[in-house]
Design a binder for this molecule. Structure first.
Ligand code: RP5
Length: 164
């Protein structure tokens, strides 16, 4: 098994429905990842242990998804200089606006890169991680270019329905 290049972490197993899209993006490009549900608030010590284990194992970046008072990405970023990509969960009461603002309003000096709320943000965080890894991996860059080409072809070939 290849050592994980990307650590995916989410505040709860209930985030997996959304966070699986980040995992899918990485899997589709053959990028090894490890995904865990660990909370900044509920399991702070375990989270720190896992971050350290991932860094020692050779991880190149982290993707962190959380909802509500979504401190997870910021807490990960506080522990590493590796890039941290943040995915806001569409929370029950505020539809993810709370998660988004918690993540995007990081204090100066400890950045996280915040993506869109929900599935698209999660998939894009995975694709962005692939882009970063592709800087030093020509085969991965070629795969990404092919993926973009296929996507463009599908849009160009799309036809709108006739009016009835
Ligand atoms: C956050 O609280 C998690 O990231 C999740 O989005 C939200 C709800 O968690 P559960 O109550 O479903 O475990 O920490």
């Amino acid at each position: 098994m290849k050592a994980p290049l990307v650590g995916i972490v989410m505040g709860s197993t209930s985030d997996w429905d959304v966070m699986q899209h980040a995992a899918r993006s990485l899997k589709d490009f053959g990028v090894a990842y490890e995904a865990r549900a660990l909370s900044a608030h509920r399991t702070p010590d375990l989270l720190l242990e896992w971050i350290e284990k991932m860094i020692v194992g050779g991880a190149k970046c982290f993707i962190a998804g959380a909802g509500g008072a979504a401190h997870l990405a910021g807490v990960v970023a506080a522990q590493t200089v590796l890039p941290v990509l943040a995915v806001p969960m569409p929370s029950k009461h505020l539809q993810g606006l709370d998660s988004l603002l918690s993540m995007v309003q990081m204090p100066k000096g400890i950045p996280v890169a915040t993506f869109a709320i929900g599935d698209a943000g999660s998939a894009n965080a995975g694709l962005f991680a692939v882009s970063m890894l592709a800087i030093e991996d020509k085969a991965l860059a070629d795969k990404l270019t092919a993926f973009r080409g296929k996507q463009a072809d599908a849009v160009a070939a799309a036809r709108l329905p006739e009016l009835s």
